[in-house]
Design a protein around this ligand. Structure first.
Ligand SMILES: [Mg+2]
Length: 177
């Protein structure tokens, strides 16, 4: 049961993720969360670091898609300048949008990685889809109202994972990158 909630890779920042690591794991598409993974939820536009990250992935042939539970306007405004496909109101961890992505990109499950900051949405959804899951530390501690509720459950899951020594919060795999 707990295995559905923890990632294959746990990193302190999305910026550490590099195309070589993804290629070694036969990943062709990086499905990326926005809020608190790339920028705080109340930052509307991508910053320089996000542009640089997207450029680095593009240069090395890694495809990207932005998948968010947030509303269309927020996701569109963020995604458009980056020029990458976006999937708003994704209802993660539900699988419908992931199935759509597999169809749209014509990829198999083992060619997709999910990057996100939440266990209950990004990691659970990605693991249920049998994608490669990458958890990043939230960029800030402030959250959207509904995310705050998720975080209460998430704290409980972190405690269970720590108790079983499956995932220790703050003990990142950064050195494997
Ligand atoms: Mg998030």
């Amino acid at each position: 049961m707990l295995k559905w909630f923890y990632p294959k890779l746990y990193i302190s920042s999305y910026q550490l993720l590099n195309p070589d690591y993804l290629k070694q794991h036969h990943i062709k598409l990086l499905v990326c969360d926005i809020d608190n993974t790339l920028v705080p939820h109340d930052v509307a536009d991508p910053d320089e670091a996000v542009f640089a990250f997207v450029e680095k992935m593009k240069e090395h042939g890694i495809l990207m898609a932005l998948v968010s539970n947030n509303v269309e306007e927020r996701v569109k405004v963020f995604a458009k300048p980056l020029g990458i496909p976006y999937y708003p109101f994704a209802k993660k961890p539900f699988q419908k949008q992931y199935h759509q992505i597999l169809k749209d990109f014509k990829l198999s499950r083992d060619e997709v990685a999910v990057l996100g900051d939440q266990l209950l949405t990004d990691m659970l959804g990605g693991n249920l889809a049998h994608f490669y899951t990458i958890l990043s530390k939230p960029v800030v501690t402030r959250d959207l109202k509904w995310t705050k509720i998720n975080r209460l459950f998430e704290n409980l899951i972190y405690r269970l994972l720590e108790h079983k020594e499956l995932l220790i919060r703050g003990e990142f795999d950064d050195e494997t990158l």
